[in-house]
Write a protein that binds this ligand. Structure first.
Ligand code: PEP
Length: 248
């Protein structure tokens, strides 16, 4: 089964009314290969609704985080239902900045992933090892642990995209080599085959994130298990258009 290439732009806690206007104008006026490439941007909450209203319809809009409860007394949290209500149909979960800065556990990430899926969102679930874990040869153990936590709670994997993002490559300018990324992606697919079955594994998109930019994205295409990118810093710049269009 062919897996549709996926490119996400994680704007993190960046942007202003002015810069969002420029980014949206750029996306709306550039010829993007959105027919073949599922393209989704993840602005900070403040700009979600206006972005959804203004960016062309074949570009998805997603939240960077979501809570695991419907609504109620959870000050400061993001409701999946409200996202859906506003046409925001994607969310990230488990981004390494959430895991490290906000101390989100594997289990909490799994709860949020499960709940977001149940509410109808498509989830880009982020996993990845720290530098210390890589140096201790723990990379595969870490990603498998993070994946198992999700698999313990989630049955239907049709609306999950896995983003493999080595923490040491995020926002550092230091990318994993395409070979390093492929090695982990292949292990993730092997895990999926064993845990979820061959047909789920074959359809599961596993995208790479970590200092991807307009200059290095092409190198990753030669590997069959790399199904797209989650892009941070470069997604705020016009080079994001080149990343979307690299898969032609
Ligand atoms: C990210 O935020 O998910 C990310 C991959 O960031 P960057 O591309 O800046 O490393």
């Amino acid at each position: 089964m062919a897996r549709k290439f996926f490119v996400g732009g994680n704007f993190k806690m960046n942007g202003s009314l002015e810069s969002m206007k420029t980014i949206i104008e750029g996306l709306n006026t550039t010829k993007l290969n959105v027919g073949d490439v599922e393209t989704v941007i993840f602005p900070q909450n403040m700009y979600l609704i206006t972005t959804r209203q203004q960016v062309k319809k074949d570009i998805g809009v997603g939240a960077q985080n979501v809570f695991d409860k419907k609504n109620g007394a959870y000050t400061g949290e993001n409701s999946a239902q409200s996202l859906i209500d506003a046409g925001i149909t994607y969310t990230l979960t488990g981004h390494s900045e959430r895991r490290t800065i906000f101390k989100e556990s594997d289990e909490f990430v799994a709860d949020k992933t499960k709940f977001a899926l149940e509410q109808g969102l498509t989830v880009v679930a982020c996993i990845g090892e720290t530098l210390a874990e890589r140096e201790a040869n723990e990379t595969i153990n870490v990603v498998v642990r993070q994946l198992n936590a999700i698999a313990d709670k989630v049955q239907n994997w049709s609306k999950i995209v896995i983003a493999y993002e080595p923490v040491w490559a995020i926002g550092t300018g230091k990318t994993a080599t395409p070979e390093q990324a492929q090695e982990v992606h292949a292990e993730i697919r092997k895990w999926a085959t064993n845990k979820l079955g061959a047909s789920v594994a074959e359809g599961l998109r596993v995208i790479y994130g970590g200092s991807v930019n307009g200059g290095n994205c092409k190198e990753f295409l030669k590997f069959h298990d790399i199904d797209g990118f989650l892009v941070g810093g470069a997604s705020l710049k016009p080079e994001f258009h080149n990343i979307v269009n690299v898969h032609s």
